[in-house]
Write a protein that binds this ligand. Structure first.
Ligand SMILES: Nc1ncnc2c1ncn2[C@@H]1O[C@H](COP(=O)(O)OS(=O)(=O)O)[C@@H](OP(=O)(O)O)[C@H]1O
Length: 303
């Protein structure tokens, strides 16, 4: 991720703040959703109301740990392929993270701007829809998402740890984790996945058919690449390739962020009771919905 220094600088600063933050003090609530005080502030949320999206913006929307860094990488490689200019991330790309003046600075960022966000659909700035920015929404099955989230907290030395997986699981199921409930995030998006300018991506599908997924993303963004170019990006976008470069792209947190990149790791972590509890929650929130079908829950979360 190009202007590494600013990107990594931001991550390092957040880690530095995390060192002094106990888990019990990690969250503040804004409009009903918990956010980590190490990355989000009230001032920035208030300033976000002034953010003007543009038609050229590419927004990568996801619940945490569903693969946003993967998509950010693919999109920046696609831009490089069509423009021959290396995409430079001018600063940390998560829209709601950083200081309150970032939206002013963003006005001068070169187009297309690539933005990431973990905000729920109903918390996204209205200008994203009004100005018809393109939105890539990535979802991953909730069991692997929870396991990835837990490991991130408990493996990265400076991030506040949970006492145990069981404790994390309880909080995850209640939505008392950073960016709130996976299920609320999903319910919020459910009716909008076929909207104009929205492209749904399933982590598990991308993992199985990487080149085909990259081609679909390129087409959605209106980029025309040769099969050879798609193939090259595909080779650079495997988990192994990204993990190998992760210290350069993401700094010290890189190898923890690019942890395992697998489908089904939940089977090593969730107890049978926890697995059933998640199945019940899925049924209650998403059974019979369009997103429920798109997530292919039976394939990835059962058996
Ligand atoms: N190329 C590729 N292939 C497969 N999987 C990948 C890839 N890149 C990132 N990942 C996995 O995505 C998980 C991190 O998700 P995010 O990038 O959304 O994390 S974050 O919320 O922005 O911190 C995290 O999942 P886990 O390994 O299960 O923890 C990453 O390994």
């Amino acid at each position: 991720m190009a202007n590494k220094s600013k990107f990594i600088e931001y991550i390092d600063e957040a880690l530095e703040k995390s060192k002094e933050t106990a888990l019990s003090h990690l969250f503040f609530t804004y409009q009903g959703i918990p956010y980590p005080i190490t990355m989000c502030t009230l001032e920035t949320f208030q300033a976000l109301e002034t953010f003007e999206a543009t038609y050229d913006d590419i927004v990568v929307a996801s619940y945490p740990k569903c693969g946003s860094n993967w998509i950010l990488h693919i999109v920046s490689e696609l831009i490089f392929a069509v423009s021959k200019k290396k995409y430079e991330y001018p600063e940390f790309p998560v829209l709601e993270c950083g200081d309150s003046e970032k939206y002013q600075r963003m006005e001068d960022f070169p187009s297309p701007r690539i933005l990431a966000t973990h905000l729920h659909y109903d918390k996204l700035p209205g200008s994203i829809f009004k100005n018809k920015a393109k939105i890539l929404v990535i979802f991953r099955n909730p069991k692997d998402t929870a396991v990835s989230f837990f490991h991130f907290h408990n493996d990265v030395p400076d991030i506040p740890s949970y006492g145990s997986w069981d404790e994390f699981f309880r909080q995850f199921m209640k939505g008392q984790v950073s960016w709130g409930s996976y299920f609320d995030f999903a319910i919020n998006w459910n009716k909008h996945l076929d909207d104009d300018n929205v492209k749904f991506i399933l982590y598990e599908d991308l993992k199985e058919h990487l080149a085909a997924g990259i081609k679909q993303i390129a087409e959605f963004l209106g980029f025309f690449l040769t099969g050879e170019q798609i193939q090259t990006i595909s080779v650079q976008s495997t988990f192994q390739a990204m993990r190998a470069k992760s210290q350069n792209t993401h700094g010290a947190v890189g190898p923890f962020l690019f942890r395992k990149g697998e489908v089904g790791d939940w089977k090593n972590v969730l107890s049978q009771t926890q697995s059933q509890e998640m199945d019940e929650k899925f049924k209650e929130c998403l059974a019979g919905t369009s997103l429920g079908a798109k997530l292919k829950y039976e394939s990835y979360c059962q058996g």
